[in-house]
Design a protein around this ligand. Structure first.
Ligand code: IPE
Ligand code: IPE
Ligand code: MG
Length: 269
């Protein structure tokens, strides 16, 4: 495992990693256990991955823990998950502070039971001064919920005369998202062999590198995280440009752009 870690180029780390932690239920059922047993063990993976990201010096880690759609699961599973959440936060705040990790939450907090909301708010306050890893929990979150809320507030500001519709830019829109304080994820990992986004950060993932693994979340450990980061570091991120441009930018970032005429004189066009 240390060999894998040593291969990581610390100068090319993704500034923000987002993870869809999937497969807890199947992991448990494959062992003849209740789905909640899988969620319970998923917490061990959360601990390991948070620690792994903090050790490497990753700036932001967003974990998709509960989606807006997950409220439609059987009541016993939803209640079990909420209790696990509260218990985990209560137990982990000390470790977060010890490791200088700041907790953030994105999602519809109004949907959470009051006891869970109170526990979360307390943890947010207790870790607010930390300056290391930013751990963002996506809870009762969905991207369509977030975008709808953003449009609502934006429309209100226009109606109040605070915002000129003609002046709206991508930066303006970004300011209305619940992720306004975080850079876009550069690497998105989904565990458990599912190849979909499931309403997660649809806007913010525009240029993220996507990494899918069959490993169920309760089995996902630092070693798997290192593999994902190494895979990310082997990719060429082009952002719409050509490969040659990217290579040129690497050699001389200020390189003089050539005009179309240089390749195809106007007379020949
Ligand atoms: C992910 O595991 C955790 C949550 C969605 C809360 P699942 O519970 O979705 O597990 P599978 O996908 O059914 O195996
Ligand atoms: C996505 O997993 C949400 C979380 C991991 C919290 P789901 O298990 O809910 O997604 P689908 O239903 O398989 O798309
Ligand atoms: Mg699932």
């Amino acid at each position: 495992m240390d060999e894998l870690k040593e291969k990581i180029d610390l100068k090319k780390l993704p500034s923000h990693i987002a993870i869809i932690m999937d497969g807890n239920g199947r992991w448990a059922q494959e062992k003849g256990q209740d789905r909640l047993f899988g969620h319970f063990h998923g917490v061990e993976s959360v601990r390991d991955i948070v620690e792994g990201c903090a050790e490497l010096g990753i700036g932001y880690l967003t974990l998709y823990a509960f989606s807006t759609e997950n409220w439609d699961r059987p009541a016993y599973e939803v209640t079990g998950l909420m209790e696990l959440l509260v218990e985990t936060i209560r137990n982990e705040v000390g470790t977060l502070n010890k490791n200088n990790i700041r907790l953030h939450v994105i999602g519809d907090m109004t949907m959470l039971p009051e006891y869970a909301r109170n526990e979360l708010n307390e943890a947010l306050e207790l870790t607010a001064a930390n300056t290391g890893l930013n751990l963002v929990m996506a809870l009762s979150y969905s991207s369509r919920w977030e975008l709808t809320e953003a449009v609502k507030s934006l429309a209100q500001d226009v109606r109040a005369g605070k915002l000129d519709p003609a002046a709206i830019t991508q930066d303006t829109l970004q300011q209305y998202l619940s992720t306004k304080d975080f850079p876009d994820p550069e690497l998105m990992i989904r565990t458990s062999g599912e190849y979909r986004i499931s309403n997660f950060l649809l806007y913010q993932l525009a240029y993220a590198e996507l990494y899918f693994t069959g490993v169920r979340w309760p089995d996902f450990r630092k070693k798997n995280l290192y593999e994902a980061i190494l895979d990310f570091q082997g990719r060429e991120r082009r952002f719409g440009k050509t490969s040659a441009q990217i290579q040129q930018d690497l050699i001389s970032p200020e390189g003089t752009p050539k005009t179309p005429e240089a390749f195809c004189p106007k007379d020949n066009r």
